[in-house]
Design a protein around this ligand. Structure first.
Ligand code: 5GP
Length: 358
């Protein structure tokens, strides 16, 4: 399925620290082991495991965060993650990350985001558009020679994540930071973190404020069974939700009538055993119902996947062909959080290559 790789794709649910390259993770781990900061036995057990439970995944994130919370590393992984997505023909990426404080290295939430932006600016091997322009400025795909004649091109927009371990005040700080960083491509807010921790209503004031101020909101919803939370999240009407695994009949009805687009992360859901088999994954039902959907990686590093692999997985598991997969990818444009000029540029670009996938 070479076409899965060459096909332009839209990625809307990718966590920066979950998308770190294996080679970089190992290199950073070895560095800390050499310095005697880490115990290799604990690391080996978790890093080398293939199927990790939700609890183990969050343990791994704690380890990754020990390795990545200094400015230089944040800059490096941002650059690498964007290069990797561009290599597999992702033409629009919404990258999400949780701004972190690390007093020991003088890191504030703001300087964390600045380190991410530095990573974006440092990319030279790929054409990157991450600063929103005015409506009549040049577009990434229409302003350059046809693809194949120049380097790969990718739009990148950022979402700042609120972690479910944070306080209401810390969440509000993240939203205010997102507002300040809008001129640099921050378009929205995500609520993520261990779904078994905390009460999402803690973040409602921050999420409502974000929405009032014109930021887009996406919520991790239904990763664990929690009927009341799922209902309340759907009532909130975020612009998108991620996962949607443990919905009950009444939630499915509510979701379908609301038409809230769902970010689907097949490999992540199967590896963490959130869904017991790909054949009963709700992608099948939502796809048949023509519900707005977009295939995503979630954490390409942690789950050893890529967006190309996710498209292959869906095509193989649900018997979908090249044309259908292309349409699925193209429809993703309608659910991005960037402005209408970016949407129009992407639509034109997809139209220009559509006959290859017909
Ligand atoms: P970061 O925000 O540090 O760049 O990316 C890693 C973080 O994203 C994790 O610590 C966690 O808060 C969040 N995250 C990554 N994958 C998942 C997931 O599958 N579910 C949830 N709820 N949060 C996730």
């Amino acid at each position: 399925m070479e076409w899965c790789l060459s096909m332009p794709k839209v990625e809307l649910h990718a966590h920066l620290n979950g998308s770190i390259r294996d080679s970089t993770l190992l290199e950073l781990t070895e560095g800390l082991i050499r310095k005697g900061v880490m115990d290799i036995s604990e690391l080996e057990h978790i890093i080398r495991k293939y199927n990790r439970s939700v609890a183990e995944v969050f343990k791994l994130f704690d380890l990754i965060h020990i390795l990545t919370t200094d400015h230089t590393t944040v800059t490096r992984i941002t650059k690498e993650v964007i290069e990797d997505f561009a290599t597999e023909n992702v033409v629009y990426l919404e990258l999400r990350t949780t701004p972190k404080r690390n007093d020991s290295v003088g890191m504030t939430k703001r300087s964390y985001v600045e380190a991410v932006l530095k990573g974006l600016r440092s990319i030279t091997s790929v054409e990157v558009d991450f600063i929103p322009h005015c409506e009549d400025s040049k577009s990434l795909f229409s302003s350059l020679p046809p693809i194949g004649h120049v380097r790969k091109r990718i739009y990148v927009r950022l979402l700042l994540s609120i972690d479910r371990r944070e306080t209401a005040e810390a969440a509000m700080e993240t939203v205010k930071l997102a507002l300040e960083m809008r001129p640099f491509g921050v378009v929205g807010i995500d609520l993520s973190g261990n779904p078994s921790i905390g009460d999402w209503t803690t973040y409602l004031p921050a999420l409502k404020f974000a929405r009032e101020q014109g930021l887009y909101v996406t919520l991790h919803c239904g990763e664990v069974p929690n009927s009341e939370e799922i209902k309340n999240m759907l009532d909130f009407r975020p612009q998108r939700i991620g996962h949607a695994c443990h919905l009950e009949d009444e939630h499915w009805r509510q979701l379908k009538s609301s038409k809230i687009p769902v970010e689907i992360c097949l490999t992540s859901n199967i590896r963490t055993l959130t869904i017991r088999s790909i054949h009963v994954h709700h992608f099948g039902d939502l796809y048949k119902a023509k519900h707005p959907l977009v295939l995503c990686t979630d954490d390409s590093g942690v789950f050893s996947t890529s967006l190309t692999e996710e498209y292959k997985y869906a095509a193989d598991s649900f018997g979908l062909g090249r044309r259908e997969m292309f349409e699925l990818s193209r429809n993703g444009i309608e659910h991005i959080f960037a402005n209408s000029q970016v949407k129009e540029d992407l639509r034109n670009f997809f139209n220009s290559v559509a006959k290859k996938y017909g």
